[in-house]
Write a protein that binds this ligand. Structure first.
Ligand SMILES: C[S@@+](CC[C@H](N)C(=O)[O-])C[C@H]1O[C@@H](n2cnc3c(N)ncnc32)[C@H](O)[C@@H]1O
Length: 248
């Protein structure tokens, strides 16, 4: 195992609590690093996902793993008649989210702290659940994956949709090779220079490199009870918006 992988795995330790600790340590420079690492494309990708959610005319939506609230605030601003809930288990991240909502003057969004494995919402409460760049944390070598997916399914109304923006695996082997080089050498290096937690950014790079293909993701979601699953790959397949529907 390379040093990078050891660092990543030490940080990951596979599940909930170590990840929570990690996200409690990164919020300060999280937004900046996100922009740099996605070459500024994270916002347009979230925007696309929000446009899709909006087209469903939702009354209640959640941004799961909201972090500093980029997707939640965008949903609240673009769908003013909608009740938006940002949910995350990192209190420091949520502080950033609340500030962002205040600055942008949106009042139809609230932020709630808690774990995705056990959410304080009624069954069938949400028309859609959006999740940006947190789905990988919840499903990559995470022993709680099944709890998370079952819980997402439970809080969605029948026919409701999970809309996940996440890194993906390019279908072309050639592109995938360069994408993995970028993750392994550039992302981990940028993260450890600018960020405060070296292991965290090695984990982010390593988990993206090893993450599911779209076919594997479809299987995972359908094995947990989702019906139709569609993927829209972006930027040569480096990222994708995955839309998974709860059966009616
Ligand atoms: C990479 S950040 C993404 C933040 C934000 N959605 C964005 O687009 O920038 C992942 C977020 O998911 C949250 N998270 C990870 N696992 C979680 C869990 N089991 N329950 C609640 N939040 C979780 C972390 O605290 C973190 O804020």
């Amino acid at each position: 195992m390379t040093t990078d992988e050891k660092l990543a795995q030490a940080e990951m330790k596979a599940h909930g609590k170590p990840l929570q600790k990690m996200f409690n340590q990164v919020p300060e420079k999280y937004d900046l690093l996100n922009r740099i690492m996605t070459l500024g494309m994270d916002e347009p990708w979230r925007k696309k996902a929000v446009r899709y959610i909006k087209s469903e005319n939702p009354e209640r939506v959640m941004d799961l793993g909201t972090g500093t609230g980029d997707m939640a605030v965008r949903m609240a601003a673009e769908i003013p008649e909608c009740e938006v809930t940002g949910y995350d288990f990192s209190a420091p991240m949520l502080e950033g989210a609340k500030e962002k909502a205040k600055k942008q003057n949106v009042d139809n969004v609230k932020f709630i702290e808690g774990d995705a494995a056990e959410m304080p919402f009624e069954t069938g409460y949400f028309d859609a659940v959006g999740i940006s760049f947190a789905f990988r944390n919840m499903t990559f070598k995470n022993k709680n994956t099944s709890y998370y997916l079952k819980e997402i399914l439970r809080v969605l109304k029948p026919g409701g949709k999970l809309v996940a923006v996440e890194s993906s695996q390019p279908k072309s082997k050639f592109v995938r090779f360069f994408f993995h080089l970028y993750l392994k050498y550039i992302i981990a290096a940028i993260g450890s220079r600018i960020g405060t937690n070296k292991g965290a950014y090695h984990y982010l790079a390593y988990s993206a490199k090893e993450f599911y293909t779209t076919e594997e993701l479809t299987r995972l979601l359908q094995d947990h009870g989702f019906g139709e699953v569609k993927h829209h790959q972006m930027f040569l397949g480096a990222a994708a918006i995955t839309i998974a529907q709860k059966p009616s």
